[in-house]
Write a protein that binds this ligand. Structure first.
Ligand code: HEM
Length: 356
């Protein structure tokens, strides 16, 4: 009998309270997601000249608010890992998935803002955000629906193998675009002219009338297959590497849909804005000082980090399957994550004004 079942038996001795305590504790990731927009508001207030002269104290407060907002998805990741060790009731399975969903708070908040604008719904995005997460919590807490658990090994579920292969092959193609795209943004350090010149070259390929629909279709297929895999794996106990792979995948699924909607639908199709450096960096006010655009900082930063880290997790799976020693494989994985973090910081510094 697992530790959790023993504790439940114990909590059974202690009546409902404990069970209620367990349930409430499982809402921590959702509480982090709920707080996300308000951490960004606090950052904006701390850096805004309208609320007085900048001081060292306000600078520290601003940095802490932005760090806390960027860390909120990592809280979801840690909770998803903490939750997966225990034997799972239907409630716990729903709570796991809510923890995974909370990892995608940054892109989901961008999508909420852009979506309300595109649909001309004059309601505060923060109000919609709070209502949405409260509804999700109530569903998880009070639903009586029995949720299906899954075996922990893929071998026990052959249907998963073909999805994993499809996902891997599509990833290899997408990697070519992502490598170009992120290099293009790194060149923002040399100024918008250099960024525009390189983007212009890239557009001759990825914006061609043959390639763009195919590529966008491939991105959406990758998201659909990824969500299918994440749904499957999120119903089985997992180690830290698997939880990270699922969590980074959930983030990317939300990021890609949100990013494509912002670039292709909202900017290009509806508002006829050229999606160039000025668009990406929130010019003229910039990402740091604009009350709306500040949400793009964690969104983009974690987008870059998780795309490279998710690829490193995929590579780890391939190396293990080819019998490479675990110690080497884990070192390669950790290096991939560190590199992802460095590239994210470098791109974000350029987007926020740093120049060579
Ligand atoms: C700092 C992070 C990022 C920034 C600032 C950014 C910015 C942009 C910009 C400016 C465009 C328009 C390109 C054009 O008009 O030619 C774009 C398009 C796109 N981005 Fe990103 N991007 C970022 C990260 C990513 C990541 C991580 C992915 C993949 C997971 C991605 C996938 C795409 C795709 C698929 C398109 C559409 C390409 C097209 O058909 O025009 N982006 N992005």
């Amino acid at each position: 009998m697992s530790a959790f079942e023993q504790s439940r038996v114990r909590s059974g001795d202690a009546g409902l309270t404990n069970t209620a305590a367990e349930k409430l504790r499982s809402m921590i990731p959702a509480a982090g997601a709920l707080a996300y927009p308000f951490l960004l508001d606090a950052f904006h207030r701390a850096v805004s000249p309208a609320t007085g002269a900048m001081s060292f104290g306000r600078l520290v407060l601003a940095a802490l608010c932005l760090l806390a907002a960027t860390a909120a998805p990592l809280l979801g990741l840690a909770c998803a890992y903490w939750m997966t060790k225990a034997a799972a009731s239907s409630f716990e399975l729903r709570a796991w998935r809510l923890a995974y969903l909370s990892i995608a708070a940054p892109p989901l908040f961008v999508l909420t803002g852009v979506g309300l604008g595109l649909l001309h719904i004059p309601v505060s995005d923060e109000l919609v955000w709070v209502a949405g997460w409260l509804a999700a919590c109530l569903y998880v807490l009070f639903s009586t629906k029995q949720s299906e658990r899954a075996p922990s090994s893929a071998a026990a579920d052959p249907s998963i193998t073909k999805w994993r292969v499809t996902h891997g092959v599509a990833a290899a193609v997408i990697l070519i675009y992502v490598a170009f795209h992120l290099t293009n943004h790194l060149l923002g350090w040399l100024g918008p002219e250099v960024h525009a010149a390189v983007m212009k070259m890239g557009r001759t390929v990825y914006r061609s009338s043959l390639i763009e629909p195919l590529f966008v279709g491939l991105m959406l297929l990758q998201v659909a297959v990824g969500v299918r895999l994440a749904w499957r794996w999120s119903a089985a106990p997992a180690d830290a590497y698997r939880v990270f792979q699922i969590g980074s995948g959930v983030y990317l699924a939300a990021f890609i849909v949100t990013h494509l909607n912002s670039a292709l639908v909202s900017a290009r199709a509806v508002h006829h804005i050229d999606t160039n450096w000025a668009w990406a960096s929130g010019a003229p006010v910039g990402l740091i000082h604009d009350a709306w655009s500040i949400r793009l900082v964690p969104h983009y930063a974690l987008g870059v980090f998780f795309v490279l880290a998710h690829l490193a997790s995929g590579l780890r799976g391939v190396l293990i399957a080819h019998g490479v020693a675990t110690a080497i494989v884990n070192r390669v994985w950790a290096t991939g994550l560190a590199a992802g973090g460095l590239v994210a910081v470098a791109i974000m510094s350029g987007l926020c004004g740093a120049r060579i």
